[in-house]
Design a protein around this ligand. Structure first.
Ligand SMILES: Nc1ncnc2c1ncn2[C@@H]1O[C@H](COP(=O)(O)OP(=O)(O)OP(=O)(O)O)[C@@H](O)[C@H]1O
Length: 313
């Protein structure tokens, strides 16, 4: 598997002693969408900053596109784009000029056609002559993406691309990210929104207190750590679990008025076992009035992983 970015033993201690990154090893594969999930203050922005040259790592190495970032920063940096959380400059500039300027910063020749293509793909073409400050929040975010794409990067960091935007715009962002991926851009996004990682990512990394706790294929993570939970509401309360269902991972709850099943592995296997359980109940002459089943989400996995850890901020 081709890695286009490799972090090894990456640590960052800020003046004052706070360890924002703690010995992080990570390899990013060409063409993937990698979601870095973590609570506030976990170290996500610091990690991005280290790769993009905004934060100086205290120790460890970063290789991007085969170049060591510490020694050969320029070559690799020109292939990396960054969509920061907020616009900091350019507010008085018209959209078109700000985006063209970003391209020029990387030493690329002006290319009106390419800039037009980028603006059109983000539905910004009609707004090209407007000052950025006059745009809505969602449009401003699109300008940030356009600026990051202006030098045609192969690796794009999106720092909280949808923080604070409404549901519709969030879905629009997801479509934009998907389109970038289909054009071969490798994407690393940070997010608090677990749903976003669940929808978009090929792989997920979970970070807390500067430590990467886990990195895995999203589907594998969900299969390995996911569970099915089912509640079966009984017609008559049971004092104890009958032997016919002892082989299932179940317990009585609500004073014997319902049976709770917790099992499976996040691949839907649990649902099949719940079906078996209901048949066993019927065979044992135990009637029920309703069943709720629920597959655990990435959020449940995230919460349980952080459960033992104190969150960072
Ligand atoms: N310039 C700085 N000087 C000192 N401490 C800093 C600096 N920048 C960040 N930190 C601290 O480093 C830790 C990691 O911050 P970072 O911004 O990387 O987290 P994050 O995961 O991006 O958080 P959020 O989700 O809130 O953006 C935090 O405790 C933060 O307060």
């Amino acid at each position: 598997m081709d890695s286009i970015l490799e972090l090894s033993g990456l640590s960052k201690v800020y003046p004052g002693g706070l360890k924002a990154l703690d010995n992080v090893d990570l390899a990013i594969r060409k063409g993937e969408i990698f979601a870095l999930l973590g609570p506030n203050g976990a170290g996500k922005t610091t990690l991005i900053g280290a790769v993009c040259g905004l934060v100086r790592a205290s120790s460890g190495t970063i290789r991007a596109f085969g170049h060591d970032l510490q020694n050969d920063w320029r070559k690799a940096r020109s292939r990396i784009g960054l969509v920061p959380q907020e616009l900091s400059t350019d507010m008085f500039e018209p959209v078109h000029r700000a985006v063209s300027y970003s391209r020029g910063l990387f030493g690329l020749a002006p290319d009106k056609k390419r800039i037009e293509e980028i603006l059109r793909s983000l539905s910004l073409w009609e707004k090209r002559d407007e000052r950025i400050m006059a745009l809505s929040g969602g449009m401003k975010r699109r300008v940030l993406i356009a600026k990051a794409l202006a030098h045609e990067p192969d690796l794009l960091f999106l720092d909280e691309p949808t923080a604070g935007v409404d549901v519709e715009l969030r879905k629009g962002m997801w479509a934009i990210i998907d389109e970038m991926r289909s054009r071969g851009v490798t994407i690393i996004l940070t997010t608090h929104y677990i749903e976003e990682a669940e929808m978009m990512a090929d792989r997920v990394g979970i970070i807390n207190r500067g430590k990467l706790l886990m990195v895995d294929e999203k589907d594998a993570m969900m299969a390995r750590l996911g569970r099915t939970e089912a509640h079966i509401w009984l017609a008559e309360p049971l004092p104890v679990l009958p032997p016919e269902i002892a082989r299932f991972p179940v317990e009585l709850e609500q004073g014997g008025r319902s049976i709770c099943y917790r099992g499976g592995d996040g691949t839907g296997k649990g649902k099949a076992e719940v079906a078996e359980l209901t048949k066993a109940l019927i065979r044992a002459g135990i009637d029920y009035t309703g069943i709720d089943t629920r597959e655990s989400s990435l959020e449940d996995i995230f919460v349980s992983l952080l459960g033992d850890e104190e969150v960072a901020a």
